[in-house]
Write a protein that binds this ligand. Structure first.
Ligand code: ATP
Ligand code: MG
Length: 450
């Protein structure tokens, strides 16, 4: 009843309404066939030759129309996963609930999905209306209606070079508008992760958010708390590694989505001390992504949470712990606090701990210590992290410079660097050190720094 009323008010934006797509030829969509992955074309052709429908779909079509380089290529088809698998030599069915097929070509993976049926009414939901299971196959127009944004619901047939557009995606691309398909409230309720996706695409593509898509966002934000942490984490990771992490975080704040939403974001956006550090780290990450360099989630999260670790590290030391055990205790506290809600994978948490634990070792610039550190498997990440700490003003820039010189040096120069008496071997901020003073404490740090 209420849903019907909302639909009427919104002008019949019923997700199931668009059964017949608009068709766009090469002149209109402007996709350059050279930008299309030859492997994705192989997959659609093989399926079509076997008598099935097959299209490139989703983000790849959006990016192709925009003239951007797609990150990866997804294919949608009316063949079942078993039927798809039979057509390719290296194809693997994955997923239990809703099966999809991974078709491998060397390093490239093409994800093939069977058209999904319309969801909603009968699908099992949680108490807040989030759809729990929803895995029926369906018609192409149903598959389109289940997708999140109009610009993500277009299908490209490389052999005919036509784009099928069920929800006005082409028009929205031209006016650079992000618009959710269907009734926004209902779509956020079904899957609150879409709130984060709005932010990511608006920031990444520099699109406006359609007023009706935007209006309920702040109000619906708490629904994200009911989503399994692992899914929120995946979407957060996509957001942070989109090459537009800073813009995304600013948007999250602007839309009122950061507060109390994710424990990590509260920390990141509301720690005045760490703001410079986080800003530098995200700018650095964005730059790497844009240059096509790899980014490690461990490094990223280690930097986002570093100032929380620093704070706790100091508290443990003030309570009389030796520096190294104090750092491990601080790391435990921070990781425990975050893993509970954020579902940090163990592998990522291990990387974070390694990077943090290496930091005091950079202070030891005597004897064999620097050589040992050079052999550490995560040396590069630890060193990059050290440079960020220098750049943010947390520690003396000299320490970073010393290590840069040491890494570049030959063996004689390395000896000279080690024998050069550093003016200050401590990596703690001078102000804080003065406050605590204590010769015995500095001695303890040096003794246990390895
Ligand atoms: P990117 O270039 O960042 O990968 P994308 O659009 O390909 O962007 P994916 O997360 O890879 O994003 O999802 C692929 C497609 O699946 C989307 O384009 C969209 O059509 C659909 N999709 C993904 N997540 C959702 C969701 N939560 N609700 C509805 N549709 C979704
Ligand atoms: Mg994608």
């Amino acid at each position: 009843m209420i849903k019907k009323l909302i639909r009427r008010i919104l002008g019949g934006a019923d997700p199931g309404a668009s059964v017949r797509p608009k068709t766009f030829g090469p002149q209109e969509h402007g996709i350059d066939p050279d930008d299309v992955s030859p492997n994705a074309v192989r997959v659609t052709q093989a399926l079509q030759t076997a008598g099935y429908k097959a299209f490139i779909v989703g983000g790849a079509v959006r990016d192709l129309v925009l003239g951007l380089k797609p990150k990866d290529f997804d294919v949608a088809t009316d063949a079942t996963p078993e039927e798809v698998k039979r057509l390719f030599r290296r194809a693997f069915i994955i997923g239990r609930r809703f099966q999809i097929v991974h078709v491998m070509f060397g390093q490239e993976l093409i994800e093939v999905t069977t058209f999904r049926g319309s969801s909603s009414e009968e699908a099992p939901k949680d108490a807040h209306g989030r759809v729990l299971r929803d895995n029926t196959f369906g018609e192409q127009h149903e598959d389109a209606a289940r997708r999140d944004f109009t610009i993500n619901a277009m299908y490209y047939d490389p052999s005919q070079q036509v784009v099928l557009d069920y929800h006005g995606g082409m028009k929205d691309i031209r006016s650079r508008m992000l618009r959710i398909i269907g009734v926004p409230e209902a779509r956020y309720r079904e899957d609150p992760v879409r709130l984060l996706r709005v932010i990511r695409f608006a920031a990444k593509l520099e699109f406006k958010i359609a007023p009706a898509t935007r209006a309920p966002m702040a109000l619906m934000a708490p629904l994200i708390n009911n989503v399994p942490a692992a899914r929120v984490f995946d979407e957060m990771l996509k957001l942070l590694m989109s090459g537009h992490a800073m813009a995304c975080l600013q948007r999250l704040r602007k839309e009122g989505l950061h507060h109390g939403l994710l424990p990590l974001l509260d920390v990141v956006l509301e720690q005045p001390l760490g703001e410079k550090f986080v800003t530098l780290s995200l700018a650095n990450t964005d730059e790497r992504v844009r240059q096509g360099k790899p980014v490690s989630p461990g490094f990223l999260f280690a930097s986002l949470l570093w100032h929380q670790v620093l704070e706790k590290w100091e508290a443990y030391r003030a309570a009389g712990e030796y520096p190294i055990p104090a750092l491990h205790l601080a790391a435990d506290d921070v990781l425990d606090g975050q893993t509970e809600k954020l579902a940090l994978q163990r592998r990522i948490a291990t990387d974070m701990r390694d990077i943090w634990a290496m930091q005091p070792r950079f202070e030891r610039r005597i004897g064999k210590s620097p050589y040992k550190l050079l052999e550490h498997p995560r040396m590069r990440a630890g060193y990059d992290f050290l440079l960020l700490r220098c750049a943010s003003g947390e520690i003396d820039a000299d320490i970073g410079q010393w290590w840069t010189d040491f890494i570049d040096a030959d063996s004689n120069e390395r000896e000279a660097l080690i024998n050069r008496k550093p003016e200050d071997t401590s990596a703690m901020p001078p102000k804080k050190r003065r406050r605590r003073g204590g010769r015995s404490r500095n001695k303890a740090r040096t003794e246990s720094a390895d």
